[in-house]
Design a protein around this ligand. Sequence first.
Ligand code: GLY
Length: 370
Amino acid sequence: MSVQIVHVPLGDRAYDVVIGRGLLADAPRYLAPHLKRNRVAILTESRVAGLHLDAVQRAFGDISSAALALDPGEGTKNWAGLMQSVEWLLDEKVERRDLVMALGGGVIGDLAGFAAAVLRRGVRFVQVPTSLLAQVDSSVGGKTGINTRHGKNLVGAFHQPSLVLADIDLLDTLPARDFLAGFGEVVKYGLLGDAAFFDWLEANGPALAAGDHALRQYAVHRSVQMKAEIVVRDETEQGDRALLNLGHTFCHALEAATGYSDRLLHGEGVAIGCALAFELSARMGLCPQETPSRVRAHLRAMGMATDLADIPGDLPGAEALIALMGQDKKVQDGRLRFILARDIGRAFVCDDVPSDILRAVLEDALVARA
Ligand code: GLY
């Protein structure tokens, strides 16, 4: 399959998402139009650096580069990680016209993007997402930021990248658990807005997970197309962009309850959250009663986290989980905001979920894990 490009038409912040195999080897060709001088500052993390940094820097040819490899994991996406990144960029004398490259998964993309947003009041940056989650979601759309002790992504900026290079070959080195967690975000796109894509995922998901590159590229391309369409309609999340948060209100509470640890990866929380959002929709009489089972059957068939029972260790009760949802960015005037669905591919924003039904969905899900 040849290289595909999804253009994100955001006026003077427009950019391309390039999707295909072997893109890194060709990086200078893609970077050239964005280089005002021949140097790139690379922010990455040590695990990704061990796998890909040499190859990237070798491919650069006469583009000079410096790299900072941060500690891997969500724990780096905080004030300390931001300070380390920004001070390093200043040590490297990165100027406003220079280019920063985020080489890594969602943590590095969000952190490097935010560092680029605040450095000298904004320098341009390129996303080179190395995880499936980052390729289909976090590298596109310009959300950047860090976590604080109050919760995830509570400090940040909208700062669009100048280019996204989604090299499908990089997914080959992902641990299976990380790949499947990223697949949670892929399924999310089918569930929120494209029933035919969900059908396609049911048919092709297992072969895709087993390593078929053409199927992987199709899934990344379709996901990015959907993300780009939504971002262009609503760049700063005043309306439709909230649909991308299908499953996330539940997910954020579960991540907080598990201490943002590897007991639950973000994409796993999204998958479980999507299943719960469909359960809630069905209990509210909004979507057909059999739809939640179909959603869960696909997640199960993929070997993905599907239910609260798939989260190891203790979880707090329903009331405590609901309290954790109160810290969600989607809360408006103190009201929880959910993305619910009328069926597969038909998500919508809902501000008035009856608390007794929400509590019952969580209590039943917690009982099922006992
Ligand atoms: N990941 C959700 C968004 O970009 O809006």
